[in-house]
Design a protein around this ligand. Structure first.
Ligand code: URA
Length: 217
């Protein structure tokens, strides 16, 4: 069985078990909170040894758009919240530009814990962590997932993609539109990337409007 199928089976099983445990249907907000609990306690990989806090992700439990970055950085590790540093401020500015606020979307990362020295996460760390993200996606059921940066794009869309060619273009899979974007941290320091990212973010809005899917959650 392919790894993707295994992850799918794991997520379906654990979500079904979670749901079966409760006498009434849970709201997406309740399910996300129940998933965030064990994420904060997770010791499935060695990143647990060096993290200050895990960063489960945050936002609207029925967000139409999810933004997925690479991994928490220093400020995120300290606060337990995703994208709260300079890159997060830029992300919020771009959201405002297309008429959204931070709490209208859901923001998370490929790994929930900070890799030491902000190095790229290792394959075993990603394998240990992505079931959490898949479970969150299964609960939220977004229309669009925007990956932020090369790393999230190659993990969630396809490992061979080059961000310089793929950015801003939508790929549909399992009923979700995946749109790779440059990472806001990279764009902060390069005006050309900054302009491209702002334009791609407007493209995200335009794609949703064109499909009649532009609506508040
Ligand atoms: N960069 C990321 O990829 N994620 C964060 O949460 C912050 C910075």
């Amino acid at each position: 069985m392919a790894n993707r199928d295994l992850i799918g089976e794991f997520v379906t099983r654990t979500l079904a078990e979670l749901r079966a445990h409760y006498p009434r249907p849970l709201s997406p907000a309740e399910e996300l909170a129940l998933i965030a609990g064990p994420i904060r306690q997770c010791r499935n990989c060695d990143l647990a040894l060096t993290r200050t806090q895990a960063v489960p992700g945050e936002g609207h439990p029925r967000a139409r758009i999810m933004f997925i970055g690479e991994a928490p950085g220093g400020t995120e590790d300290e606060t337990g919240r995703p994208f709260v540093g300079a890159a997060g401020k830029f992300l919020e500015d771009m959201l405002a530009d297309i008429g959204l606020r931070r709490h209208d979307v859901f923001i998370a990362n490929i790994t929930k814990c900070r890799p030491p020295g902000n190095r790229d996460p290792e394959p075993d760390e990603i394998a240990a962590c992505t079931p959490w993200l898949r479970a969150q996606i299964a609960v939220i059921q977004p229309t669009v997932i925007c990956t932020l940066g090369r790393f999230a794009m190659q993990t969630l869309i396809a490992p061979y993609l080059q961000i310089s060619k793929a950015h801003g273009a939508a790929t549909e899979r399992d009923g979700i539109l995946y749109i790779p974007l440059y990472h806001p941290a990279a764009a902060l320091h390069q005006q050309r990337l900054r302009d491209t990212l702002i334009a791609d973010m407007r493209t995200v809005r335009d794609i949703l409007v064109a499909r009649g899917l532009w609506q508040s959650p």
